[in-house]
Design a protein around this ligand. Structure first.
Ligand SMILES: [Zn+2]
Length: 458
């Protein structure tokens, strides 16, 4: 097999949704005034002791289980020692020798499996703000629980990296352990290309999805154009370029030691089983099951499964209506109108969709009227059933009425009739459109086509 042109590995840092910090009871959200959510532990005062946050461990184990990682039987923490003001105690508590989980994988929407190397828990350092003369430090962030997820160097384009992150986000949403509105997602990326003998460059601290894709795209182009040395680079989002930070340091430079203040925690089978019961079926498994058992379109299945609220709604609605119809309408129509209006799935009352799908299934209304109704439902709640009765929007199956409309439109558009008879197929579409409009979308298109053809050729 040819070696790939581009090799990308990611280390993703995910801020866990947690009320308190990893080793102290300070809140993770609330007052944004700097250095207000702090205590001796997260300020690193001598003599202060860390106390492990169980909810954070539970969340990390849930993620590790969801990603099919091997969970290590003992939970240990280590000190990563370095001198920098973002950690006042001069070390970061992390997991080095033994992470929560090893291996595991994430399956992308296109079916490709990205293997993972490890997943561990660590504390976030403080936030530094550099000005021209000073450096400001906010310890509110110090000690916030993070998960670091390290992939194998298994991705081969910035697109694929973005796809990976999208899938990861969906999984985090299903597990309810990350808040995209408050939480931060950062990544370090390893990039190398064949033309430079796969000399590895690490880009540090890229903030947010779009930036990760941009940084990778820039760095690959840079490596194609210039000599590459093994180094660590930063990402300047404003300038849209990576820059040299330092020659690559080795992990040993950090002088890791086991953290003596946190006792080892045994991860029992019983504990794992209890966490396992809280891991929901993941999007890729859901989509596959729907395709297999409900026979819905695979693309519909993938798209619907990417958002938990939509996936759950689909499953409930599909119990009462044709799954194929529900899938098609949720994906093509509901998502379309939500995009247009900027609303969320739960903004459209489920009961109203029930009514709408009922009308569509019984062919009481045409697709065209259905589209109009769903557009209006995204703006304001009303009863589709009542609206159809009040405004007489029911489908017209009466062939006489359709014949009448066809005759009227042919009378008004004599030129088009002549063109059609002279062999112009386009003229038929024009006439068809005129009749559709005259019937205000209430007649079924295929019936109109048939009736119109019969008259024109009769
Ligand atoms: Zn604290």
């Amino acid at each position: 097999m040819n070696k790939p042109d581009v090799i990308i590995g990611l280390e993703v840092h995910i801020q866990l949704k947690s009320r308190s910090k990893l080793f102290c009871p300070c809140p993770t959200t609330g007052d944004d005034e700097p250095n207000t959510r702090v205590c001796p532990t997260c300020l690193g005062h001598p003599g202060s002791k860390p106390l492990l946050n169980k909810a954070a461990v539970d969340a990390a184990v849930r993620l590790a289980l969801a990603l099919s990682s091997q969970i290590n039987p003992v939970l240990n923490f280590s000190r990563k020692q370095y001198f920098y003001p973002d950690l006042a105690k001069n070390y970061q508590i992390t997991q080095y020798e033994i992470p929560v989980g090893n291996h595991g994988n994430i399956t992308l929407a296109n079916g490709k499996r990205i293997d993972l190397m490890r997943l561990h828990i660590e504390e976030d350092p403080a936030a530094l703000t550099h000005t021209s003369t000073t450096c400001l430090i906010d310890y509110n962030r110090s000690g916030i629980p993070l998960i670091e997820l390290v992939t194998e160097p298994a991705m081969h384009s910035p697109d694929e990296a973005r796809e990976f992150l999208n899938t990861l986000m969906t999984i985090l949403g299903y597990l309810n352990i990350f808040n995209p509105d408050e939480g931060v997602m950062k990544a370090d990326a390893n990039v190398s290309i064949a033309a430079r003998g796969y000399t590895r460059v690490e880009i540090k601290n890229i903030l947010g999805f779009k930036e990760i894709e941009r940084a990778l795209t820039f760095e690959i182009a840079r490596q194609r154009a210039h000599e590459v040395v093994r180094e660590t680079r930063g990402w300047d989002a404003a300038a849209g370029q990576t820059y040299r930070m330092r020659a690559k340091e080795k992990e040993e430079d950090y002088g890791y030691i086991f953290e003596p203040d946190i006792p080892s925690v045994n991860i029992s089978q019983e504990y794992l089983n209890s966490i396992r019961t809280t891991v929901p079926e993941l999007p890729s498994a859901k989509a596959e099951r729907w395709v297999q058992t409900l026979h819905i379109d695979p693309t519909d299945a993938t798209i619907i499964s990417t958002e938990l609220a939509l996936a759950e709604r689909f499953e409930r609605l599909a119990q009462h209506h044709s799954a194929i119809l529900v899938a098609r309408w949720l994906r093509r129509e509901l998502l379309r109108v939500l995009n247009l209006t900027g609303k969320k799935v739960n903004d459209v009352a489920e009961q109203r969709l029930h009514e709408l799908f009922d009308l569509l299934e019984k062919k009481t209304i045409t697709d065209k009227i259905g589209q109009q109704l769903i557009e209006e439902l995204a703006k304001k709640e009303f009863s589709p059933k009542q609206r159809v009765e009040e405004q007489n929007l029911g489908a017209i199956g009466d062939v006489e009425a359709i014949k009448h409309a066809c005759a009227e439109e042919m009378e008004k558009n004599k030129q088009a009739v002549a063109d059609y008879k002279a062999g112009e197929e386009k003229a038929f579409h024009y006439l068809f459109g005129q009749v559709m409009r005259a019937m205000k979308g209430k007649a079924k298109p295929d019936v109109i086509k048939q009736v119109l053809k019969n008259i024109l050729e009769g």
